[in-house]
Design a protein. Sequence first.
Length: 264
Amino acid sequence: MPVDSPQPRRRLWEEKNPLIAGVLAYLIPGAGHLYQGRWFKGIIYFVCILGTFFGGMKLGEGAVVYHLPNNRFGISLNYLAQVCVGMPALPAIYQAKRAKDPANRPLYELNEPLVAPFSGELVTSSPGQETIVGHLEGTVDLNTAFNGSMPETSGVFRGTLDGEKVELRLVGGFSVDRPISAGFRRPLEAVVARQPDQHPHESQTIRGTIPRSFADAYCAPPDPDKLKDLHGRLGKFYDLAIAFTMIAGLLNVLAVWDAIEGPA
């Protein structure tokens, strides 16, 4: 009497939809493997790939993952690799559109009061010379009002100058970087009101940064001045930061393949 041979036992990941596993693995590294019940490998992919990606973002001060289409391919090679990491890099497509909005420009007057933590320097300028007086830490409080028919931005800085308490009245000149741009710090500059004993050819300015919101900074494209500053300060570490985010994306391609096809 013939005996039916036992059916081979299906492995756990073979019981799950490979297409769903692949999509999940792309969107969140390791998620496809967790869906398949392959917990150890899923956690390894999640920690290693996202750790590499966000480590690169941290090293590059949040200004390494962005979408600036080139004329030939419509996408930069850097971002082509980075976007393979899934959801962490996808916001760059939306941020590129927001950054192109004509309203996203440097501000020289304010539509509403600006109160923000400030970190920077007090600079004294005279013909042909600039001197850094000291380091400022504190809060700026600025607003634009009409002086006759002309708008004028004025306010006050309250905080410390090289550790000593100081209050500086600000009037006569102001600029702040565009709202949507790479980097979590937003450059700001304002002119300090003249003092009675100040030399007639001298002027003082506060130069530094205020916080930029996460929603306006994450994966937003940097302007040329920002890129020049990053390359100047970070040097080869900025290139290394870009490489980390690209490597993370390419590693996730392998993770997606593994989720769809199973172990090699």
